[in-house]
Design a protein around this ligand. Structure first.
Ligand code: SAH
Length: 247
């Protein structure tokens, strides 16, 4: 990845759920303990070094009132802002799980890397320029060579704040002129927006836990497949970060 020329510039990895972050953290030796990123945000970070490149891992943390991971776009954006302000990374990778579309060739456990713009699918504002502003379509870093060398699928990341898929969201996600398979998550576009404000390249890396166009309810699939998908994510994320670090 040519944009990362300096060997000392850091990489920021943002992951929504602790259960997604811990397997990666366990793979890479030498991570510092989790520390508060920027109170009163519940966000936590830890840092390590890979091939002399600092790697910072950040999670939005556990919600104080509900005692669950702070998933979704609002914690994702605020956490990204705090983490980028603190670490000034030269790249941000949002890793996590996502819903895939079997109609577009997705299978449980597939790992997709972002290609092209990252959009919101649940912000409907048909008022002139507010409409495309709501959809966002924030750029992601061009990663086709990396995807080919690591044998990763390319996907069109699409973000909303619900796990389920209502008809209006499905219409928004439906392919326009894109042949890329959609990959549905709850954070990527929010983080890509913040990355764009700072002029930092954004990569999304998502392991499929559930097929949204499958007869089984998404939540049940998610719980059944989380562990396997997250193991694949951790292994792939290590390969991506290593490839980028030694490039
Ligand atoms: N019930 C789960 C909550 C996970 S919410 C639990 O108890 O652990 C889903 C998380 O995984 C979000 O961070 C989102 O980015 C991702 N995700 C996985 N499948 C998704 C889908 N089909 N649609 C949207 N986000 C999905």
């Amino acid at each position: 990845v040519s944009t990362l020329s300096s060997t000392t510039s850091s990489i920021l990895l943002q992951i929504a759920m602790r259960a997604e972050a811990d397997p990666f953290r366990a793979r890479l030796a030498g991570f510092s303990p989790w520390q508060p990123l920027s109170p009163p945000l519940p966000a936590l970070f830890c840092s390590a070094s890979l091939h002399s490149r600092p790697v910072h891992l950040v999670i939005p943390g556990s919600d104080q009132r509900f005692h669950v991971d702070s998933i979704g776009t609002q914690p994702a954006a605020v956490t990204a802002f705090a983490a980028i302000s603190r670490f000034r990374p030269s790249l941000i990778i949002n890793a996590g799980t996502a819903g895939g579309f079997s109609s577009a060739g997705a299978a449980i456990g597939d790992v997709y890397i972002s290609d092209g713009p990252v959009a919101f699918h649940d912000r409907r504002v048909p008022l002139g320029a507010f409409e495309p502003a709501g959809i966002g379509s924030y750029p992601s870093l061009e990663c086709r060579a990396l995807a080919a060398s690591l044998n990763l699928k390319l996907g069109r990341l699409t973000t909303g704040d619900s796990l389920d898929l209502c008809d209006a969201d499905a219409r928004q996600i439906a392919p326009t002129n894109s042949t890329l398979p959609p990959v549905k998550d709850m954070e990527a576009a929010a983080i890509a927006w913040v990355a764009g404000l700072f002029g930092i390249p954004f990569i999304g890396l998502k392991a499929i836990t559930d097929l949204v166009d499958h007869e089984h309810p998404t939540a049940a699939q998610f719980e059944r497949n989380l562990e396997m998908a997250v193991a694949r994510l951790a292994e792939t994320l290590e390969r991506v970060v290593t490839s980028i670090s030694i490039a």
